[in-house]
Design a protein around this ligand. Structure first.
Ligand code: SF4
Length: 263
């Protein structure tokens, strides 16, 4: 079944901008991706473990590093075993076990460098929002962690498990969090928010303060991007290096050939 055609997420917008054909397969035709790249799979398990760690801590039972890594490893094994989403290693020469270990190392670093010293109060993990944008679009998302500091300032925290770390708070990671800030203002939860990007591979952290007065401007930019996707009538493929990680590359006639399974 196709996803709700009237509701947009940030990844739906960026999928259209990266490859309109992939957007069509996923969001208009409702075709399931044939596989998930191991990098994305690893990121999902790390996010799941972080959510569990904060839930445990906030419930008065702070987990040890060993328990946290064990949770991550168990989730990894359980999801691989249930086979519901086939996982593919795209980069040849790197065994699956290397990715599993990389995720465990990220989690260990975060535990030592952030988790133990974290003094924020969790408002929600995986906070789901759904707001109206541009008067006619529904925009939804999941915020990895919402938390307040001792002054009551709301922090919107996003974990990144990829290798890319921008030098400044800019690019699509920043745009995503700005859109989430706009949503929090629309939900009426704050007058200002602190955006936090945690890059788990390196331990880097980027921040930006956003005020409610900026919400209209952010909404206009996001709404224009959604308009472009919504008004599209043709969905050309954009073959490139990302074809390797595209779960439609067995289906798409334009998949960059060295990444297509049929090649
Ligand atoms: S295989 Fe490449 S060109 Fe085809 S839909 Fe996927 S990303 Fe787009």
């Amino acid at each position: 079944m196709a996803p709700d055609p009237s509701t947009y997420s940030f990844s739906r917008v960026t999928t259209f901008e990266q490859c309109a054909r992939r957007f069509r397969y996923r969001y208009l035709d409702g075709v399931q991706e044939g596989f998930q790249g191991v990098e994305g799979f690893m990121g999902t398990q790390v996010h799941s473990a972080l959510e569990w760690m904060f839930q445990q801590r906030d419930g008065g039972n702070r987990p040890t590093l060993e328990q946290s890594v064990a949770y991550y490893c168990d989730e990894w094994d359980r999801r691989i075993a249930d086979g519901s989403a086939p996982v593919r290693v795209v980069k040849t020469g790197t065994p699956m076990e290397t990715y599993r270990r990389n995720g465990a190392e990220m989690l260990s670093r975060y535990y030592r460098e952030r988790f133990l010293s974290d003094r924020l109060t969790t408002v929600a993990n995986e906070h789901h929002f759904r707001v109206t944008v541009g008067e006619r679009h529904k925009f939804q998302g999941f915020i990895d962690r919402l938390a307040t500091d001792k002054d009551g300032l709301l922090h919107i925290i996003d974990y990144k498990t990829g290798s890319r770390v921008p030098k400044k708070f800019e690019g699509k990671e920043a745009q995503q969090l700005e859109a989430y800030a706009m949503a929090m203002f629309r939900e009426g939860q704050a007058e200002e928010v602190e955006l936090v990007l945690d890059f788990l591979k390196t331990g880097a952290r980027l921040r930006r303060r956003v005020l409610r007065a900026q919400a209209d401007e952010i909404e206009v930019r996001l709404s224009a991007r959604i308009d472009t996707a919504e008004e599209a009538t043709v969905f050309p493929p954009t073959p490139g290096v990302l074809c390797g990680w595209c779960g439609y590359n067995d289906l798409c006639e334009s998949a960059m050939s060295r990444y297509s399974r049929a090649s």
